[in-house]
Ligand binder design. Structure first.
Ligand code: ATP
Length: 258
């Protein structure tokens, strides 16, 4: 019998938590060094010249302001390695995994984070190439994605959520521009953003830029149509438009010849 009384369970739980805590601290040190190496690498490649400071701290990544060699502002999205909710939700499986003992786990976490950064860079690049209004992708180095900075001076552009519909110069035009970009993403980039909402659309000089492409899926993905409808519903809700995401998604799919 592994556990003989309720007390044993608590002791077991406590030592487990302590062990996990120590383990996280060790991992944090390793991964901080790893992130710095990614940044130095971007500096050596001439992509980054100066690192200036944080722009935002999200659930999966932090975005920081930097300058390239020409003194132009750029944005660096740095995927967390240990504190990410994405990784944390997997820790409980990872912790019980016997491979943890042979330290393979460090590599596994790095692989997941790097795959995620590469995926966002690939999606952003495909969208940008198709003419979708998104920040210009610059480079990806392990867990760091470098892209065009959208903003005025060193101030990032606000999101639609920051402004609200009333804060837009021409809400109708912004609404139709978003729809054109959703269609372009589907028909030309053959992608669905899958996390589109007022939080992921920046408003700059009367125009839009769609950010946060990490969750985007290919058109062939089995859930792509549902994601497209959900993205559209988010836009309709924000603008208070009485349209149905699924119906408009069907029209867009028809335009793509489906
Ligand atoms: P969240 O967890 O909040 O969804 P995230 O970690 O997925 O965030 P993003 O949504 O890509 O990260 O970016 C977070 C914030 O960083 C944006 O709301 C915006 O303020 C800023 N930001 C991201 N990319 C850029 C950019 N290219 N130019 C200017 N600001 C940017």
């Amino acid at each position: 019998m592994l556990v003989s009384s309720a007390d044993d369970i608590d002791v077991e739980r406590e030592s487990r938590t302590e062990k996990d805590h120590e383990y996280f601290e060790t991992l944090d040190e390793v991964f901080n060094a790893y992130t710095w190496r990614s940044l130095f690498s971007l500096m050596n490649k001439g992509v980054v010249d100066q690192i200036l400071g944080p722009l935002s701290q999200g659930k999966e990544a932090r975005v920081i302001l930097a300058k390239d060699r020409k003194g132009v502002y750029i944005a660096l999205k740095i995927y967390y390695t240990t504190t990410s909710t994405f990784i944390k939700s997997r820790y409980k499986y990872i912790m019980g995994d016997p491979r943890f003992k042979n330290k393979k786990i460090k590599k596994d976490i790095i692989d997941i984070v790097e795959a995620w950064s590469r995926k966002e860079f690939g999606n952003l690049s495909a969208a940008y190439r198709a003419g979708v209004k998104a920040p210009r992708p610059i480079a990806v180095e392990r867990n760091v994605l470098a892209m065009e900075f959208i903003g005025e001076g060193n101030r990032p552009a606000p999101t639609l959520n920051d402004l609200g519909v009333d804060g837009l110069d021409d809400p109708d035009e912004v609404f139709w521009e978003i729809l054109r970009n959703v269609e372009r993403t589907y028909v030309l980039a053959k992608l669905v953003h899958a996390d589109l909402s007022e939080f992921n659309i920046l408003y700059h000089n009367g125009d839009i830029r769609i950010i946060d492409w990490g969750s985007a899926v290919k058109r062939e993905h089995p859930l792509a149509f549902g994601y497209l409808a959900r993205d559209l519903d988010n836009v309709f809700r924000f603008f208070g438009v009485g349209l149905e995401g699924r119906r408009v998604a069907r029209l867009i799919a028809e335009r793509a010849g489906e």
